[in-house]
Design a protein around this ligand. Structure first.
Ligand code: AMP
Ligand code: MG
Length: 346
């Protein structure tokens, strides 16, 4: 692979223009979004798409989400006439309520989208991000930017420009720094292409939010390899280098403290209960190995801090990370999904 050093620029008007021109020339640009940082390439340029897979070490069977910033672009990517009337209605309602935002929709694909972007599937994933720099970048390029998360395949997702620089900085052309990602979890992937809608990946928009707009939506079958409904839903993903054990709250609260192990609590209440359960002053020894995602146990705040906290913990040379699983409600479902995958090996 060719070595290069990414140009790391604050996401100002001028640098967005420069990066958009680079995208049009087939270069790779990492950019901030409200979910996580994306690794962007022109969605219509197969060479740029091939470089995305190469830079990430991403298997070719794992299709990319195409990012747009205007409805006009949707008509250049998705074959909307192939949708039945009910699916078309759901698309209109969801797009007007939740776009721009952390929702990716699976739709029938137009032949103009290279097969590489969709891993040969007849469908395409489309999202309209809300982050202003992302929107400007997309609008000033070809209007359609394929972008998986800007990290090596299988690892922790990047929620800051430094995460991208440290992991992919020698393999891509630009990194736009727009500060920390506000949502901090990948988009929810919802299949609208096959009749009954299904959630293929829980994410930054909750099932409850979607159901309030289009009615009941079952979770999809998640896959383990090629040919499955959402090929990227591999059992092991989002993993820190440190071994992680995801634990239901009750089980976590009765675990003993051991030297060198790290503790990731969902709420301040869980942490304090665990500390209270320890004999003597054992908690004192653990104090610099404790992290709490949200003092108040707020799922949105916990989601926003999840990957940043795991990056921090990963740098501490811990022998193991014990991570508390939050309740399923709202964004809790997506946090649980990430922690459970982070805890699977291979
Ligand atoms: P990432 O870009 O790494 O956040 O992952 C994108 C997710 O969307 C992966 O889980 C993909 O498998 C999924 N995805 C993308 N395109 C499709 C598609 N056409 N059908 C089903 N799932 C898709
Ligand atoms: Mg990813």
């Amino acid at each position: 692979m060719m070595q290069r050093t990414a140009k790391l620029l604050p996401a100002t008007d001028d640098s967005i223009r420069e990066a958009a021109a680079a995208l049009c020339a087939g270069k790779l640009v990492a950019f901030p979004t409200e979910t996580v940082y994306g690794l962007g390439g022109d969605a219509f340029n197969p060479r740029a798409l091939a470089r995305i897979f190469e830079a990430k070490g991403r298997p070719r069977f794992d299709p990319l989400i195409i990012h747009i910033a205007a409805l006009e672009a949707l008509g250049r990517i998705a074959d909307l006439r192939a949708l039945d009337a009910a699916s078309r209605r759901r698309l209109d309602r969801l797009a007007s309520a939740l776009w721009p935002g952390p929702l990716s929709l699976i739709l029938p694909k137009l032949p103009s989208v290279p097969d590489l972007a969709t891993s040969g599937l007849p469908t395409v994933a489309v999202r309209w991000p809300a982050q202003p720099a992302a929107r400007q970048l997309i609008l000033r390029s070809t209007g359609a930017v394929a972008a998986p998360s800007a990290n090596p395949f299988g690892g922790l997702s990047p929620t800051r420009a430094e995460h991208v620089r440290d992991s992919l900085g020698d393999r891509i052309d630009y990194i736009l720094d727009g500060g920390p990602s506000a949502v901090g979890l990948e988009s929810t992937v919802l299949d609208l292409a096959t009749g009954a809608p299904r959630i293929l990946r829980p994410g930054g928009v909750s099932r409850e939010q979607i159901e309030a707009i289009i009615g009941p939506v079952p979770a999809g079958i998640t896959g383990t390899g090629p040919g499955l409904q959402s090929p990227g839903q591999l059992p092991s993903h989002y993993a820190p280098a440190t071994r992680l054990e995801a634990c239901e709250r009750e089980a976590m609260l009765s675990l003993p403290e051991r030297p060198g192990e790290g503790w990731l609590f969902f709420s301040g209440a869980s942490r304090d209960t665990w500390l209270g359960n320890l004999a003597g002053d054992k908690g004192g020894a653990a104090i610099d190995r404790l992290w709490t995602l949200s003092e108040a146990g707020n799922p949105a705040e916990a989601a926003a801090r999840l990957f940043q906290t795991l990056h921090e913990m990963d740098e501490r040379g811990l022998s193991c990370i014990h991570a508390e699983l939050p309740p399923e409600a709202g964004l809790g479902a997506a946090i649980r999904d990430r922690l459970l995958r982070a805890g699977k090996r291979g």
